[in-house]
Design a protein around this ligand. Structure first.
Ligand SMILES: [Zn+2]
Length: 179
């Protein structure tokens, strides 16, 4: 089967071969990180349900690569922010107190983006569906709470940061922060 194009990032998607647990899904396989990502999913997939839950309840990704890229970009543009404010719902990645705005940088897989990386593994389907549904519900609830407290919220997806159109992301960030 020939590769196809991710409609959001423009990245080339390949069909995962049969020997992988995620066989039949489309993913970006040409980058080293994608290989590592798939390997990690494979490892989690093979754990017992108890171990899997224990591991994943501890996962709280901060200082991820996409997050660092957004921070570098905003810092370069002259914006100053506070990181991972624990007293706010969802512990937002970037907080701009005087503007009353927060930014979340979401991993496409864990937060269920509608791009190529937001796929759901077929093995252990129920486990993943429950886990990823719960993540999405939690995200929505935290954003609702923040808005209720008077904060404006912007969500940046990992694929926007990895994509080739960084200038578009920059426009989106500046548009959010300056209006
Ligand atoms: Zn995405």
């Amino acid at each position: 089967m020939s590769p196809r194009q991710d409609r959001i990032t423009g990245a080339t998607l390949s069909l995962i071969p049969n020997s992988f647990p995620l066989a039949g899904q489309w993913a970006v396989l040409n980058a080293r990180q994608e290989h590592r990502f798939l390997a990690a999913v494979q490892v989690i997939d093979q754990m017992s349900p108890d171990r899997r839950s224990a591991l994943m309840s501890r996962i709280r990704a901060t200082n991820t690569q996409p997050e660092m890229a957004v921070r570098r970009m905003l810092h370069g543009l002259g914006y100053r922010y506070i990181l991972h404010v624990k007293r706010l719902p969802g512990r937002p990645d970037l907080v701009f107190p005087s503007r009353h705005k927060v930014i979340f940088i979401y991993g496409c897989f864990w937060h269920g983006h509608s791009c190529g990386r937001g796929f759901r593994p077929k093995t252990n389907g129920t486990f993943w569906a429950e886990k990823l549904d719960r993540n999405k519900e939690r995200d929505e609830e935290q954003i609702r709470e923040l808005k209720g407290l008077g904060w404006q919220v912007l969500t940046v997806w990992e694929c926007e940061v990895r994509g080739y159109e960084m200038s578009r992301l920059e426009q989106r960030l500046v548009g959010f922060l300056d209006t």
